[in-house]
Design a protein around this ligand. Structure first.
Ligand code: 48H
Length: 260
């Protein structure tokens, strides 16, 4: 065994994956629970999907559970999803169940990748590609470049749809708001900003907030509540799963109506 073979294997494998992902059906920004669920469902439906994640690890806010107590809470109606992913749950009361945050995010990541989702970690999405008032791709750079403020130009990836699953900051929607002149599909055309904690209301509103927010751009997860001015919900994750699933369904419906 030669060390250079290890180097060659890694560089070749990454490059092959990256080249295969330059033209996607769906580019998802953010490997938190909503983005991974969206990717899992779209890959299950047969689409070519990649998730771009700024940090070293996938998972977003899920591994941290609630205030670093690494358990999460989910509602009874998402038990079907937990079972589909093979995640153990424990009944807490008639409405709520608990699960390990680590097991849950690991299972989601594993199942998504097994369905064909490619995950590019340490990759930040810093802009979008727009043609004729439609989002048709993302602009990416190494997170290390962004963090160290190096002046290195980015690369781009073409996608039929882009999903903003960036969590509280709704980063992609904010970029689109800034660069396209406040034309988001919200009453004021802007990112309204997330409201203070109110779990019931937040979980009730998240599905309505999950939609195409600008032609070619969907928003799901915590970003959807941030965009529409809904509250946060704390460490309950049913809404994240259902929102990722709904975004995937809406995109599937759109793509089924469009010729490749
Ligand atoms: C690449 C990016 C970029 C970028 C961000 O925060 P997340 O876990 O998001 P969701 O919506 O799937 O889940 C939200 C949940 O974790 C949560 O925070 C809850 C329920 N909070 C309730 C409360 O009251 O606090 O994941 C988003 C991911 C992160 O991993 C980011 O690093 C990543 O997106 N990301 N990746 N390019 N520009 N911006």
């Amino acid at each position: 065994m030669e060390e250079i073979d290890i180097s060659r294997a890694i560089v070749e494998d990454f490059t092959r994956n990256f080249l295969e992902s330059l033209e996607l059906d769906i580019a998802i920004v953010g490997a938190g629970p909503s983005g991974l669920m969206c990717g899992y469902k779209l890959a299950q439906a047969g689409y070519k999907v990649a998730v771009f994640e700024r940090h070293l690890r996938a998972g977003g806010g899920m591994p941290g559970g609630g205030m670093m107590f690494n358990s999460i809470v989910i509602q009874k109606q998402v038990i079907r999803i937990m079972e589909e992913l093979g995640i153990s749950t424990r009944k807490y009361n008639d409405e709520l169940f608990v699960a390990s945050s680590i097991e849950t995010i690991s299972a989601l990541c594993y199942k998504a990748m097994k369905k064909g989702v490619k995950i590019f970690n340490l990759t930040s999405v810093e802009d979008v590609v727009v043609r004729e008032e439609r989002i048709c791709g993302i602009v990416i750079n190494w997170s290390s470049v962004v963090w160290s403020k190096l002046h290195v130009d980015p690369l781009s990836v073409k996608a039929r749809f882009v999903v903003d699953a960036t969590g509280h900051d709704a980063e992609i929607c904010r970029i689109v708001e800034r660069k396209t002149g406040k034309n988001l599909n919200t009453p004021q055309g802007i990112v309204c900003g997330e409201k203070s904690m109110w779990a019931d209301k937040a979980e009730a509103e998240i599905l309505d907030n999950t939609k195409e927010i600008y032609p070619g751009l969907f928003v799901c997860g915590m970003a959807a509540n941030a965009v529409f001015g809904s509250p946060r919900m704390g460490a309950i994750f049913g809404g994240m799963f259902l929102s990722g699933e709904k975004a995937a369904q809406l995109i599937d419906e759109k793509l089924k109506g469009v010729k490749k």
